[in-house]
Write a protein that binds this ligand. Structure first.
Ligand SMILES: [Zn+2]
Ligand SMILES: [Zn+2]
Length: 322
């Protein structure tokens, strides 16, 4: 009997080991006409299915859009829905929006006595509802500063690229980019993973630069299986990259180096910037397999892979052990 149990354990561990990680593409910030999106949930889901996404999180404002009837066949079609909500609050007319991902119940938007307290209260409520939290578009309408976020606890994700107009993703007018905002928080040892999203609102009519159309920014998650819990865990652990066009084949991080493989087009050029504390560029690498050897005093290292087409991807910070 004991032998059989040992044998079973052996077979089970081999089958678990052989279960390989795969990369799954998804959009984690999406509106439908249940809030201020212009299309029915069924058609929204169909758009993402038709464009080879593997998962989608519908995040209507202060509504938990029912997903069961939209996703009746599980992952049979290599596509799943994950429950979500954009918990939409404000402080002193400044918008404070957080996505609750994989929540089990609707999260009522809460208010605090400051921007920071409003952020924290809603994060706590999202966790209480069984989900993980993403702080959305911090620079939208110039609402949130890095100082408002320093010291915030239990937030796993930061929306670094939000493709809605007036999200102020990029540096201009003497104000910093959201990537620099992110580096300020990382430099305070806050472990926040960077995401890119569509924040989709517009599915009807001509797609244009000033509309919140689908297909602009996404995440690619490494997980063993395509289930809401496996994808959520990978997001929580930072096992993903965010993309605005550039596709990666692999990311390998050991205690010695940070290595990336780009799915490169030989007709275009690539520069990978390895970035550390305070947004400092540590190395520029022009190859299709950029790598960075750790020195030990960087605090963290992350990468931005920029293509001559204007497309790019960002990978997650690796915090060096002291
Ligand atoms: Zn929002
Ligand atoms: Zn939104």
């Amino acid at each position: 009997m004991k032998k059989i149990i040992i044998l079973l354990f052996f077979v089970l561990s081999i089958s678990l080991y052989s279960q390989e990680y795969k990369w799954y593409k998804g959009n984690i910030h999406t509106h439908t006409n249940h809030s201020d999106g212009d299309e029915y949930p069924e058609r929204v889901v169909q758009w993402y299915k038709d464009h080879e996404y593997n998962f989608l999180i519908l995040t209507d404002h202060n509504i938990l859009t029912e997903t069961k009837y939209l996703d009746y066949n599980g992952n049979e079609d290599n596509f799943i829905l994950i429950a979500g909500e954009e918990v939409t609050s404000n402080y002193n007319k400044k918008p404070v929006h957080l996505n609750g991902i994989n929540i089990k119940k609707v999260v009522p938007a809460l208010k605090g006595n400051s921007v920071s307290e409003t952020i924290q209260k809603n994060i706590d409520a999202i966790l209480e509802a069984g989900g993980i939290a993403m702080l959305n578009h911090p620079r939208w309408r110039k609402a949130i500063t890095a100082n408002d976020v320093i010291g915030i606890k239990n937030c796993d994700l930061l929306e670094v690229y939000n493709y809605n107009q007036s999200s102020n993703n990029f540096a201009a007018g003497g104000e910093e980019s959201t990537e620099m905002f992110w580096d300020r928080l990382l430099s305070k040892n806050m472990k926040l993973w960077g995401a890119a999203t569509d924040d989709t609102h517009n599915y009807i009519g001509e797609f244009s630069y000033n509309k919140a159309n689908p297909g602009k920014g996404w995440v690619v998650v490494r997980a063993k299986e395509l289930t809401p819990d496996a994808i959520t865990n990978a997001l929580k652990n930072g096992d993903f990259y965010a993309s605005v066009g550039v596709v990666l084949k692999d990311i390998k991080i050991t205690d010695k180096e940070y290595k990336i493989e780009i799915v490169a087009d030989s007709m275009m050029n690539y520069t990978t910037f390895f970035i550390g504390k305070d947004g400092k560029v540590l190395k520029e690498d022009y190859s299709h397999t950029p790598s960075y050897q750790f020195k030990g005093d960087e605090l963290y290292v992350r990468a931005r892979i920029f293509c001559s087409s204007g497309e790019f991807a960002i990978t997650q910070p690796y915090f060096l052990k002291k």
